[in-house]
Design a protein around this ligand. Sequence first.
Ligand code: DX5
Ligand code: ZN
Length: 222
Amino acid sequence: MIKVAPSILSADFARLGEHVRLVEEAGAELLHIDVMDGRFVPNITLGPAVVKALRPHSGLIFDVHLMIENPDLYVEDFAAAGADIITVHAESRTHLHRSLQMIRQTGRRAGLAYNPATPPAGLEYVLPLLDLVLVMTVNPGFGGQDFIPAMLPKIRRVAALLEAEKPEAWLQVDGGINNATAPEVARAGAGVLVAGSAVFGAADPAQAIKELKEAAGSGPGL
Ligand code: DX5
Ligand code: ZN
């Protein structure tokens, strides 16, 4: 079953609580929370205080995507604020294994993200620590960008590795996911679709979530 993770980056920040309730009622499984520091990516978003404020208002799986330098410094803060999954970028640390261990030590699920130009090299060595692998399908930093089709072989490669060695881990894609690209990524093996503008930019976000799930399930070969 395909899971949808609406990204609050494209929500109305003045009506955040309302938007989070709306996507939960519409059947989303996760809430994707994009954390940016203006250094790892050229944009600044939000921190643990916002995660903490939203936590009492939602039963969704809080999926925190850290696009920040030195994420180790903030892992405990996001865990305490109510994150369920904490994802760090392969490009952000030299000692990735240690970062993933730190996330696991907080009792949260650990995710590892790869930018478009980064090969998923070494993934097999950290699989025991991983609950989620995120293949970025745009360059991180902004919502509303175009899907990069050259990421499809990477999704297939990671899917094959997970299927063989860690089938319970989730394969997530993030960036440019809409009704046109959802069937392609689902066919390539992605199971969790992050969608920002396709959900919150739609006139009816609840309908948009349903359509994304249908689109993802309708690809040939599924
Ligand atoms: C991009 C973020 C995404 C973003 C996706 O850096 O990681 O989660 O919100 O937005 P869309 O779905 O509009 O491409
Ligand atoms: Zn994201």
